[in-house]
Design a protein around this ligand. Structure first.
Ligand code: SF4
Ligand code: SF4
Length: 177
């Protein structure tokens, strides 16, 4: 079993063990993130994805699926040399919140080896998931709290945030004043 598979296998237990401290720390960070917060998260993202291999996981493509925009549909249809209307008829449906989503889960474009069949034309939300390299990450802590149930990389980044800013957070804020 490789490192990614190990993290994935332990994810449920990891979630139970860490969710309280993650929620507590995120709650404080949402209100007032340290100035260096984005740099720290970016560094963690890079470190974590050096050991996490998405091709050994694929959980986001198996169990979540992205929200899809009109532009995504046009892009994917182009990649498959299909008309957008035909693509929509074949692969897209609307969820209960009126968002476009794929009509099957796992994603119809996920291949058995976890490669994405339309990788160069995949939706923006797929490209950005799990968002740990996005700017203003403090605004994404709410969604990250959900993503750690599915994504071992998001969990590793979140645990690193707790380690850095959990107990020490008050001190960090004081030094900024
Ligand atoms: S389009 Fe590709 S990256 Fe996006 S959910 Fe499907 S398989 Fe995964
Ligand atoms: S982004 Fe997260 S859930 Fe998706 S394949 Fe990579 S490690 Fe797994």
């Amino acid at each position: 079993m490789n490192k990614t598979e190990e993290l994935l296998e332990n994810l449920e237990q990891d979630y139970k063990d860490n969710i309280e401290s993650i929620k507590r720390t995120f709650k404080k960070l949402k209100k007032k993130p340290p100035k260096t917060f984005d740099y720290f998260v970016q560094e963690q993202h890079e470190e974590v994805f050096e050991k996490v291999d998405c091709l050994s996981c694929g959980e986001c493509c198996k169990s979540l699926g992205p929200n899809i925009t009109d532009l995504d549909i046009r892009h994917m249809a182009k990649g498959l040399k299909m008309k957008p209307a035909k693509f929509t008829e074949q692969y897209i449906e609307m969820d209960e919140d009126d968002n476009f989503v794929f009509n099957t889960m796992p994603c119809p474009f996920l291949m058995p080896d976890n490669y994405c069949m339309i990788y160069d034309h995949r939706p923006k939300a797929c490209r950005e998931y799990p968002h740990t390299d996005r700017r203003k990450f403090s605004q994404l802590l709410g969604i990250t709290e959900l993503n750690i149930k599915t994504c071992p990389a998001a969990m590793e980044v979140s645990k690193a945030i707790v380690k850095e800013f959990g107990a020490e957070y008050v001190k960090v804020i004081r030094t900024q004043k």
